[in-house]
Design a protein around this ligand. Structure first.
Ligand code: HAM
Length: 425
């Protein structure tokens, strides 16, 4: 036997038995975002590498070490998208979508990051995200958060907490950066190696460090939230006031800086403790400078993305995933001519009742074995065509659940009989 080829580490097949949950979740997300007037945009999976370097930031984990980058046949450097915001902004600029209207877009699909795989962290994972443009006020930030809260409510999710922070204006961040750098240099001996390196290149990211000694040092660090410019402070206060008024619980976390450089002002994350280390199920914020940075006419932007694998894991832990629906009707037959008759009966049923899921056996095996399969498929009703039925133009209709009642009826009466034996159909 030839050697088997395995899937790539951190990139998973989504098997049919998981598929129902995926489709269900995607439909719920779509239902909620469309209720708020978001329109879907479908974006390419591959973009020019420079797009991500210029938006996410050259000195971020994603760009420095997690991108799947390759040379196209013409020598151009291309990258599998590690996230959706950059591509969405690129498309918005390219197609003139970002001006003269208040823009609300959503997208879903696979993203790629060469991270160390572990539970909840994959190299190919799926996000559903939204991006909005042209809205500067804190009301849209609040809407994004309310929309996610509504989704959690609709899904029945519990134990997710909201953390918010403001990163202020570019000027406030620059001033804070100087102060933070000076502070960290004064305590450099106490920092972990990664943080020492980041201190010079991207000191804000040191605030993200999980290293205990560094975290201890950070307790005394100058806080951006305390040095916000007036306009950002007002923006943030208004957001917090709206959240409180809407009854959304939140925690202000001054160390929440996010792993991507494009943010300004609001950032937020929805986190659960039920998924271990990878507990952030949804994250986002405002990026007022990004359109400009990517060569467009300046427009404020704000959005978020959620990790679908993490959401599904959490839904499973909380017992909120729906049952996978099987076929409702299973058609069995014995004999060659009967197999043809069964196939045609399946067709006629689907034609007459497009809402019914009908599975025709289409395989070998005696009636007993077929009956076992019908039972295991989860179907409610079995339709059986043996020689006698074929000759008579009849069908045996058998209830697979409950009292196993069985009757033979004319093929023309099958639908009425199904209805009688199984009124919910
Ligand atoms: P992010 O925080 O990098 O933000 O990713 C958003 C979400 O995607 C995370 O909270 C997590 O649920 C999921 N996620 C990220 N990496 C992985 C991974 N390796 N495996 C599984 N799930 C993962 C962004 O991507 C921004 N584009 C969000 C945004 C949109 N901000 C503004 N607009």
């Amino acid at each position: 036997m030839a050697e088997r080829i395995q899937s790539i580490r951190g990139m998973h097949d989504i098997l049919p038995e998981q598929g129902a949950a995926w489709s269900w979740l995607e439909a719920r997300i779509r239902g909620v975002v469309e209720q708020y007037g978001y329109r879907r945009i479908r974006l390419p999976i591959v973009e020019k590498t420079e797009l991500f370097a210029r938006s996410i930031g050259a000195v971020t984990d994603i760009v420095e070490k997690e991108m799947y980058t390759f040379q196209d046949r013409n020598g151009e450097s291309l990258t599998l998208r590690p996230e959706g915001t950059a591509g969405c902004v690129r498309a918005g600029i390219e197609h003139g979508l970002l001006h003269n209207q208040l823009v609300r877009l959503w997208y879903a699909g696979p993203m790629f990051r060469h991270e160390r795989p572990q539970k909840g962290r994959y190299r190919q994972f799926h996000q559903a995200g939204v991006e909005t443009f042209g809205m500067e006020g804190p009301d849209i930030d609040a809407e994004l958060i309310l929309m996610t809260a509504r989704l959690w409510r609709e899904l029945g999710l519990e134990n997710v907490r909201l953390e918010v922070n403001s990163l202020g204006s570019a000027e406030a961040r620059a001033a804070h950066r100087v102060a933070l750098q000076a502070f960290l240099r004064s305590r450099i001996d106490e920092l972990d190696e990664d943080s020492r390196r980041r201190l010079e290149s991207n000191p804000l990211r040191v605030l993200d460090s999980k290293h205990p000694a560094t975290r201890e040092v950070l307790r005394d660090a100058p806080q951006l939230l305390e040095a916000l410019d007036d306009a950002s402070r007002e923006h943030f206060d208004a957001l917090c006031a709206t959240l409180s008024e809407a009854g959304i619980e939140y925690v202000v976390n001054p160390s929440l800086v996010r792993g991507l450089d494009y943010y300004s002002r609001t950032v937020f994350e929805w986190i659960t403790d039920e998924l271990g280390a990878q507990g952030t199920i949804c994250a986002g914020g405002r990026y007022d400078g990004l359109v400009d940075q990517l060569g467009g006419r300046s427009a404020p932007g704000c959005g978020f993305a959620m990790g679908l694998e993490r959401l599904l894991d959490l839904l499973a832990i909380q017992g909120l995933l729906p049952e996978m629906p099987g076929p409702q009707v299973y058609v069995l037959s014995q004999g060659e001519a009967e197999r043809r008759a069964a196939l045609l009966l399946g067709e006629a049923l689907r034609q007459a009742r497009p809402d019914l899921d009908v599975l025709v056996h289409c395989g070998e095996g005696g009636l007993k074995a077929q009956m076992k399969r019908a039972d295991r498929s989860g179907a409610q009703m079995a339709l059986i065509i043996g020689e006698q039925e074929r000759v008579e133009g009849s069908v045996t209709v058998r209830k697979l659940r409950g009292d196993s009642e069985q009757v033979k009826v004319a093929q023309t009466a099958v639908l009425a009989e199904l209805q009688r034996l199984w009124p919910n159909a």
